[in-house]
Design a protein around this ligand. Structure first.
Ligand code: NDP
Ligand code: HSE
Length: 438
């Protein structure tokens, strides 16, 4: 049978990895797909740049539109990144009647609703497994493997760079900037690493996971997003002394009021498997009503790990080329006309426990004052740690764990604590999740 011809947009970390894995495993891949998968044409910015892959046999161009409009290309694989050019190219590929595979979570999170509508109108596929959690087949797991379940919640470490930074800070006492530079050199970080450390990349992925899990249209702007830039070695140490690890988590949870969709650093009990996911590894814990908790673990970034997901999508697309569009797996797991616009719960209404760290005057009555403010806001304290003052210091770190409370109540309490003349600076507040699978 005639090979499926692929047009590749981008030959960087993921594009280069895809070429390498296709070359190495081509025979097995074609035995699975039913025909050979061949890279026919590829676009890059600079054709003279050294590559991690062998490009002989691939026609190279600096004009990605050439690839998208090439009549000989059946499937366009978008691995350029960003949202503007990528959106134009993917839209043009769909308009040309070509199927699309992409690893671009920003594109899907921000423009997925329009992209999928255009693809449905044209009867073409858009596959995006590599957009979430690198090599872990989490989209397929939720969309197909867990299709019998009502998904109750999911929680994931879904940014490899952030997890790498937090792990190295904890295990090797390395500095934030030093580890970030290494993540960039290894090709894990986004073109703009602010996306990784400010939580935006994880939020793109969580927006996609939430849609696939709950059958709601993509709505990136409704998410709460916090990154890891405020995490200090002090917090990592105190969390550890209390029996927790700090992980950057994406959390999506059904409640009586809608769905919580939030990305932030989180204290997780150290005995949880998720607390022990380190380095660039990702993991997503999904709780279905029938199956219970399932944990999906693997490399969250990197050339070949991500290529694994890109090629799985290519195989799916090639297998489904002759399938009637209405019989294909829906993009976001639920039939397009069955999507439900479930509201995202405002952050002030979310219910979670907290870790608090503040600089308090080292004198009698201060702890009682803080406890009384918390109590008058309906917040109950689970644990308190007060460190000894360093010689000559008039203030000490005061660390507290609370029981779950509405975020709005905690906001009010923190405003009052920060106004106290016995507390200096802002209170460090991190959310705590038990993730006990109930
Ligand atoms: P890279 O920066 O390594 O590669 C981008 C590629 O796109 C390069 O080959 C570049 O060309 C090419 N390119 C950029 N702009 C243009 C243009 N205007 N015209 C033609 N070619 C262009 O990115 P990654 O491979 O790391 O990431 C690609 C996508 O995959 C992104 O959406 C990213 O978020 C996603 N992703 C990345 C992962 C990773 O581990 N890196 C993991 C999962 C998803 P040139 O090489 O000549 O500069
Ligand atoms: N920059 C991303 C990360 C790449 O570190 O997780 C994988 O999506």
């Amino acid at each position: 049978m005639k090979p499926a011809n692929v047009g590749l947009l981008g030959l960087g970390t993921v594009g280069g990895g895809t070429v390498n894995v296709l070359a190495r495993n081509g025979e097995e891949i074609s035995r699975r797909a039913g025909r050979a998968v061949r890279i026919a044409h590829a676009a890059v910015r600079d054709v003279a740049k050294p590559r991690i892959c062998d490009t002989s046999g691939i026609a190279l161009t600096t004009d990605p539109v050439d690839v998208v409009r090439n009549d000989g290309v059946d499937i366009v694989v978008e691995l350029i990144g960003g949202t503007e050019l990528a959106y134009e190219l993917v839209s043009e590929a769909i308009a040309q009647g070509k199927h699309v595979v992409t690893a671009n979570k920003a594109l899907i999170a921000l423009h997925g609703n329009e992209v999928f509508a255009a693809a449905r109108a044209k009867g073409v596929m858009v596959a995006f497994e590599a957009a979430v959690a690198g090599g872990i087949p989490i989209i397929k797991a939720i969309r197909e493997g867990l299709a019998g379940n009502r998904i109750e919640w999911l929680a994931g470490i879904i940014n490899g760079t952030a997890n790498f930074i937090l792990s190295e800070m904890r295990d090797k006492s390395r500095t934030f900037d030093d580890v970030l530079a290494e993540a960039q050199a290894l090709g894990f970080a986004e073109a703009d690493p602010a996306f990784d450390v400010q939580g935006i990349d994880a939020a793109h992925k969580l927006a996609i996971l939430g849609s696939v899990a709950f059958g709601k249209p993509l709505d990136f702007d409704a998410l709460y997003v916090e990154g890891i830039t405020a995490i200090t070695p002090l917090d990592i140490t105190f969390a550890e002394q209390l029996g927790y690890r700090i992980k950057h988590l994406g959390l999506a949870r059904r409640t009586g009021e809608g769905v919580e969709m939030r990305v932030h650093p989180t204290l997780i009990p150290e005995r949880r498997l998720l607390a022990n996911v380190n380095g660039v590894m990702n993991a997503v814990l999904v709780k279905g009503d029938a199956v219970g908790a399932t944990l999906h673990y693997g490399a969250g970034a990197g050339a070949e790990a991500t290529a694994s997901a890109v090629i799985a999508d290519l195989v799916d697309v090639v297998r489904a080329l002759s399938t009637a569009p209405g019989n294909r797996v829906p993009h976001l797991a639920f039939q397009a006309e069955q999507m439900a616009d479930v509201p995202v719960v405002p952050m002030a209404q979310t219910l979670t426990a907290y870790y608090l760290r503040m600089q308090a005057d080292d004198r009698p009555g201060v702890l009682a004052e803080v406890a009384s403010i918390l109590a008058s806001n309906g917040i109950s304290i689970e644990a308190v740690v007060q460190k000894e003052a360093k010689a000559g210091a008039s203030q000490v770190p005061l660390i507290m764990l609370t029981h779950p409370v509405r975020e709005g109540q905690m906001d009010d309490a923190l405003a009052r604590i920060e106004a106290s003349k016995h507390i200096s600076g802002a209170v460090m507040r991190l959310r705590v999740e038990a993730l006990d699978g109930d």
